[in-house]
Ligand binder design. Structure first.
Ligand code: ZN
Length: 275
């Protein structure tokens, strides 16, 4: 079965639509979203609507939580973006849909488990807000603790830097592994990158395809999402992850950001640089 893993959309509709089109073009029907649908970008409502419609699993990110509750621990620019995002979601002009969006955000879980896979926004220790950066491979205590909490494979977002962390404290960027990694015996943490605000120097939208060796069958989505205790049979084939990069029209997103005074121009500029 092939699944698409997306994360950190951050209200960037142009990037999200290109990613959803690519997923569809590849015949993939199941999408997991690892959080931060909103925050920073100019189209929070539209992005929530797309995720509600297309994603079988969706997790709470720290920016989603910031919009729902009082934002805590954000820099000024991020906080202003969150307050502006909240205004969009509270606007009376679209009351019925906004109520649905709030309800959806309010019910998002922090983790999702599905046989040997754990999905989080931040880290297995703090699913919502702990960062695991590539340079953390030099922090042996941190990596050791994190891997203790991973049963086998953990998928995460949050840093906007895609790549694979191995149990022997190595980090591989997608370029270093030719954008593909076959999962083996050892534990792994895999960052799926960011759809709407990549920060690894490549401005293209990023997501991951997880091919888990299971045979696809009708009703799989229901089984996977709602009956976590209904363990599917053990994996038959090799499990692989493939990192996808897609160019999108970020100049349109940037123009929209520039037009909103509550969104710092920097939030647009960084899309051009992928930083
Ligand atoms: Zn994020």
């Amino acid at each position: 079965m092939r699944r698409a893993l997306i994360s950190d959309i951050h209200g960037n509709l142009e990037a999200l639509e290109v990613v959803l089109d690519d997923i569809k073009a590849q015949g993939i029907t199941e999408i997991f979203c690892l959080g931060d649908i909103i925050g920073y970008g100019p189209n929070p409502r539209e992005c929530i609507d797309r995720v509600m419609e297309h994603c079988a699993v969706s997790l709470l990110g720290n920016h989603d939580q910031g919009a729902l509750f009082d934002p805590d621990g954000f820099n000024i620019g991020a906080e202003r973006a969150i307050f502006w995002t909240r205004e969009q979601l509270e606007s009376p002009t679209d009351r019925d849909n906004n109520e649905k969006r709030w309800e959806f955000l309010g019910e998002l879980p922090r983790t999702h488990r599905f046989h040997q896979f754990l999905f989080v926004h931040g880290s297995p220790r703090n699913p919502l807000s702990e960062y695991i950066f590539p340079e953390d491979i030099y922090n042996q205590r941190k990596m050791e603790r994190l891997f203790q909490l991973v049963e086998k494979y953990c998928f995460q977002g949050h840093t906007h830097v895609p790549g694979v962390f191995t149990e022997s404290y190595q980090f591989f960027s997608p370029e270093e592994i030719d954008h593909e990694y076959t999962l083996g015996e050892g534990k792994l943490m895999i960052n799926v990158g960011s759809v709407g605000q990549p920060r690894d120097g490549d401005p293209r939208a990023c997501y991951v395809i997880l091919e888990d060796g299971h045979v696809e069958h009708k009703g799989a989505i229901e089984t996977v999402v709602y009956n976590v205790n209904d363990e599917p049979p053990p994996s038959a084939g090799p499990i692989t992850v493939r990192f996808r990069r897609l160019p999108y029209d970020f100049e349109t997103t940037i123009k929209k950001i520039y037009a909103v005074s509550e969104l710092e121009p920097f939030l647009g500029d960084r899309l051009r640089q992928g930083r």
